[in-house]
Write a protein that binds this ligand. Structure first.
Ligand code: H2U
Length: 347
């Protein structure tokens, strides 16, 4: 029996950030594919859409109007999932338990231009987005009842995004949600044991191996994590051990904007389409503690698998067992490295 090859044999990989395992089946990429492969037809969008509730000057739900904004624009979600004045009491009845959860939900328009997406924006405008994220993390995090701030973007209809206007969301709440809790626990245990940040040591190893690096700059590295679940799942990790985006120097701000652009351009170039994904920034809780163990990072979970329209579904075994993937993280990184660094619409 030959030894285990991570490129040929079924195996499980550990996500060191969550403590969860995933199943990898690299041998399956050799099977014939009989599914649909469609060429995507992308509608050309105008710079301004009079019917868009995110464009400058337009009306939103509930009679609110957007100002004639020129950079980013943030407003409280008109259909917020969390409300600041929700009661905080606990409910317990035998095995039934619940807790009131106050919070704030905001929407952030990345640009006034309806036609753009993050990879099509200039780095200087992406710096404006980064600054807005920094400001919101600080402002929301300083609210006495807010202990966690989740910044994210849902992009593309396939991900349930309601509007193509470039935008993201921020949910701030009293409790740390489950994903953040898992990551906090793993990072804390590692930091306690070694005195170093889990992601600093992970980054060191990845930079030596170079198998999963997609691109990097002086301050950030974009890679497909060893434990990636989604076909082209990626992470952006700052080289410096920092707990949150508020700690970025001006130079790091620029570098983050640049790598955001670089990675999302590569995503778009894989299938020459506006690559859908859910992107989230995981940072230390805003509960007033130092949280030295935290090393903030940005994760991208894109669903596309074989073409602009064939997506991976997390169903069946994944629902009842654990996540599974065929194409390895190493292969995905190689594909992302091999596409042009310039956006396909501009070539
Ligand atoms: P998504 O595209 O990721 O769904 O985000 C858009 C958000 O915009 C969504 O959460 C909000 C929705 O509640 N929204 C408003 O706040 N006002 C509106 O007029 C329409 C949509």
């Amino acid at each position: 029996m030959p030894g285990l090859s991570l490129h040929d044999h079924p195996h499980r990989r550990l996500n060191i950030l969550t403590g969860e395992w995933i199943l990898v089946s690299p041998h399956r990429t050799k099977r014939p594919w009989q599914g649909k492969v469609e060429k995507s037809v992308e509608a050309v969008r105008p710079d301004y859409d009079p019917g868009c509730y995110l464009c400058p000057g337009n009306e939103r739900a509930g009679g609110f109007s957007n100002p004639d904004y020129t950079g980013t624009y943030v407003f409280t979600n008109d259909f917020a999932a969390l409300l600041p004045d929700a009661p905080t009491q606990s409910f317990e009845q035998g095995l039934l338990m619940a807790e009131g959860e106050p919070g704030i939900c905001k929407v952030i328009c990345f640009s006034p231009n309806h036609a753009l997406t993050l990879p099509e924006m200039e780095v200087k405008d992406l710096v404006g987005v980064v600054e807005t994220w920094q400001r919101e993390y600080a402002d929301l995090g300083s609210q006495p009842f807010v202990n966690h701030v989740q910044i994210f973007e849902n992009k593309g209809e396939i991900m349930g995004c309601s509007n193509p206007h470039p935008h993201g969301q921020i949910w701030a709440q009293a409790s740390a949600p489950m994903e953040a809790q898992k990551k906090g626990r793993q990072q804390r245990a590692y930091f306690k044991k070694s005195g170093r940040s889990l992601l600093s040591d992970y980054l060191k190893q990845e930079l030596q191996l170079k198998e999963r690096i997609v691109l990097d700059n002086e301050h950030f590295v974009a890679l497909t994590p060893f434990w990636a679940v989604w076909p082209f799942e990626a992470m952006i990790i700052p080289r410096r051990h920092m707990q949150h985006i508020g700690q970025l120097t001006e130079e790091e701000q620029q570098a983050f904007a640049a790598i955001l652009q670089g990675l999302t351009i590569r995503f778009d170039n894989i299938f020459e389409t506006a690559f859908p994904y859910s992107m989230g920034i995981h940072q230390s809780p805003t509960d007033g503690q130092a949280h030295e163990e935290w090393h903030w990072h940005t994760s991208f979970y894109p669903p596309l698998l074989r073409s602009a329209s064939v997506k991976k579904f997390m169903v069946g075994y994944e629902m009842f067992g654990e996540p599974q993937r065929d194409i390895t993280a190493e292969k995905a990184a190689e594909m992302l490295r091999n596409v042009p660094a310039q956006h396909y619409k501009k070539i």
